[in-house]
Write a protein that binds this ligand. Structure first.
Ligand code: MF3
Ligand code: CO
Ligand code: CO
Length: 258
């Protein structure tokens, strides 16, 4: 493993810390499962924000995005060509939309981060394929989580699968260490790299959250300073889980029974 980066010891979490993140993740899963039942044509993204805010409070938790570097809402809602960090508004979901809903819960100081896609009504074949390819990208990335192997294996596998399916991998935004903070090391890239990346060690917790585009990978940020969109206006999808590196492989902390 000559030349690969070893994690500093702060990145290897204690069993009680991991337990705290697990409990936070259970709240996130519960909220998303509720959203699964409620998100449909005609509702506004502000309504999703309200539901997340209420359910988070109900669980005795906090929404990490609210007030994070000035982000104004309790959830990110990213529709169609929006790659990520979409701000909830009075916009209504309409037939054919695809939307990513990304929540980060803080429970007893522990962070868990997850997102899912929703397809509203009858979506185009291309949109459905993108959502499915992106979900598979996340699964393929997770399957590469194994102790004492490089974290770069994740992005290499994701990039191969995206290429095979004629999709591109966003490069401007990455997965991240999570648990004691919202974002810390390691950076988890979803694209191919020849670099000697960090070695995964049991007790590390990070997200994998590939953003996959039907067109080019280039992105830009709108004037609201948050909303990231594809430069060519092509559709974009994303799925996210919080992952623990175990002695033998991984545990999907935000996975529930799914
Ligand atoms: N939840 C996002 C992530 O996966 C971060 C959102 S930050 C916000 O890392 F400020 F835009 F909410
Ligand atoms: Co994240
Ligand atoms: Co997230």
């Amino acid at each position: 493993m000559q030349g690969y980066i070893m994690p500093s010891k702060e990145l290897i979490l204690l069993p009680e810390q991991i337990q705290g993140i697990r409990e936070s993740a259970d709240v996130s899963i519960h909220i998303m499962d509720e959203l699964d039942k409620r998100i449909e044509e005609g509702i506004t993204t502000n309504q999703i924000d309200k539901w997340v805010s209420e359910m988070t409070k109900q669980a005795g938790a906090y929404a990490a995005t609210l007030g994070y570097n000035g982000f104004p809402k309790s959830v990110c809602t990213s529709i169609n060509e929006c790659v990520c960090h979409g701000i909830p508004s009075e916009r209504k979901l309409k037939d054919g939309d695809i939307i990513n809903v990304d929540i980060t819960t803080i429970l007893n100081g522990y962070y868990s981060d997850m997102s899912r896609m929703y397809m509203i009504g009858n979506v185009s074949d291309d949109a459905r394929r993108l959502v499915e390819v992106t979900k598979r990208c996340l699964e393929i990335g997770i399957e590469k989580v194994k102790p004492y192997t490089p974290i770069g294996n994740i992005g290499n596998a994701i990039n191969d699968y995206a290429d095979e399916n004629g999709c591109s991998v966003v490069r401007a935004l990455c997965g991240h260490g999570v648990g004691l903070n919202f974002h810390n090391e390691p950076m988890v890239e979803h694209f191919r790299t020849e670099e000697k990346t960090m070695i995964m060690v049991p007790g590390m917790v990070f997200t994998i959250e590939p953003m996959i585009n039907l067109g080019d990978f280039d992105c830009e940020v709108l004037d609201d300073d948050w909303t990231v969109v594809t430069k060519d206006n092509s559709l974009s999808a994303q799925w996210e889980h919080t992952i623990l590196v175990t002695q033998t492989g991984y545990e999907i902390l935000t996975g529930g029974n799914k």
